[in-house]
Design a protein around this ligand. Structure first.
Ligand code: NAD
Length: 349
């Protein structure tokens, strides 16, 4: 096996502890990995950007108020437009559902358009250029007066098409492993027929052309279905904001926010991070759950061509949950972050 270079960017809050525990685990596996930890800083130093661009894999911890620039660079400046967020229950995880067995779907978040990253302004400026922009009810922008703010939501056919094709590829790969081959599209196209409607229609056309199963739910209905019928889901394709919200909900149905990994793909570029944030309420206590970051590193190994090792790492995580002996407090245990990661390493070996 050739040596692979990984750039680890911890972020802040619990980011450093989950990334350190995961890197120690990765080094313990004996895989040919060279892990670099270039400086973070705001703005992100040029040497760090260069190292991250050139690395075989990039593992990020969690952003907080002073490291937003890191995630902004990874996700938006590097245009990692496809956010892959697997939601999977492993026996032993502390799900709040009565019957979580079999939860195994991917929530796919369009990362680059919609209402993120914020494009906001003063209402007075909008009134100057589009005073007569009207709602269904006939109320116009100028009727709000000049006091206030606005935000802009953007949907392009190109953005909707590329994420729809990505969803189809994912559904096909999953179908090869026995899953139904279904894409569930989540929008609010009844209220936003032009923006969300464009996304909805584009995704529906591409999924049907691909010969895959298609269904669509409005985001409010989708939220309830992810709680009530999670095992009926396969690939759940969400617009940016809806995906941000529903992936936390999905993570919780599996057992908690500390468990949900993500892979973020752009054109010839990818980085990997937990779904959770910097968790200031538990930062520095050494009790954060490293699972989300460990599973993100498994997605990274797969991306680097180490598919068998990635599977072995996921199996090791599954074993630790099945045994239930070395779990962090969010899962009802007393283990510390590093101890849990080391238990995963022992199971890997
Ligand atoms: P959060 O995800 O940091 O925490 C939400 C809750 O989940 C907290 O109670 C926290 O203790 C718990 N939690 C999260 N990760 C956990 C883990 N590994 N183990 C155990 N418990 C865990 O969300 P928040 O509190 O809304 O945001 C805090 C900061 O994180 C904000 O600055 C926010 O902008 C940022 N954030 C960053 C990202 C990212 O880096 N991608 C994602 C979400 C939030």
């Amino acid at each position: 096996m050739t040596m692979k270079t990984v750039v680890a960017l911890p972020g802040e809050g619990i980011g450093p502890e989950v990334v350190d525990a995961t890197c120690e685990l990765l080094m313990g596996t004996g895989l040919p990995l060279k892990i670099l930890t270039p400086p973070q800083g705001s703005p992100l130093p040029a040497e760090t950007k260069r190292a991250a661009r050139e690395a075989d894999g990039v593992l990020f911890g969690a952003a907080g108020p002073s490291t937003t620039m890191v995630v902004a660079w990874l996700r938006w400046e590097m245009s990692a437009w496809a956010g892959v967020r697997p939601i999977r229950f492993y026996s032993g995880m502390r799900s709040p559902l009565a019957d979580p067995e079999g939860i195994d779907y991917v929530l796919l978040r369009e990362n680059s358009e919609g209402i993120y990253p914020g494009r906001e302004g003063d209402l007075a400026d909008l009134v100057k250029v589009m005073p007569d922009l009207a709602e269904k009810t006939g109320r116009k922008v100028k009727d709000f007066g000049n006091e206030g703010r606005f935000a802009v939501k953007v949907v392009t056919p190109r953005g909707a098409e590329r994420i729809a094709r990505f969803a189809c590829d994912l559904a096909r790969k999953r179908r090869a492993r026995g899953k139904p081959g279904k894409v569930t599209c989540v929008t609010k196209s009844n209220v936003l027929p032009r923006t969300d409607g464009l996304y909805h229609q584009t995704v529906e056309r591409i999924v049907r052309e691909a010969g895959l199963q298609f269904e669509h739910f409005h985001v409010d209905d989708a939220a309830r279905r992810l709680v009530r019928f999670p095992t009926s889901m396969d690939v759940v394709l969400c617009m940016n904001l809806y995906g941000d919200i529903l992936s936390d909900l999905g993570a919780e149905t599996a057992g908690g926010l500390g468990l949900a990994p993500s892979a973020n793909f752009g054109d010839g570029w990818a980085y990997f991070e937990s779904v959770h944030g910097s968790a200031p309420d538990i930062a520095g206590k050494g009790i954060s759950n490293p699972t989300a970051t460990i599973l993100s590193s498994a997605l990274m190994l797969e991306h680097m061509g180490l598919g068998a090792e990635a599977q072995r790492l996921q199996d090791a995580v599954a074993r630790v949950y099945r045994d239930g002996k070395v779990l962090t407090p969010d899962q009802g245990g007393t283990a510390r972050t590093r101890e849990m990661a080391q238990a995963v390493l022992a199971a890997y070996r």
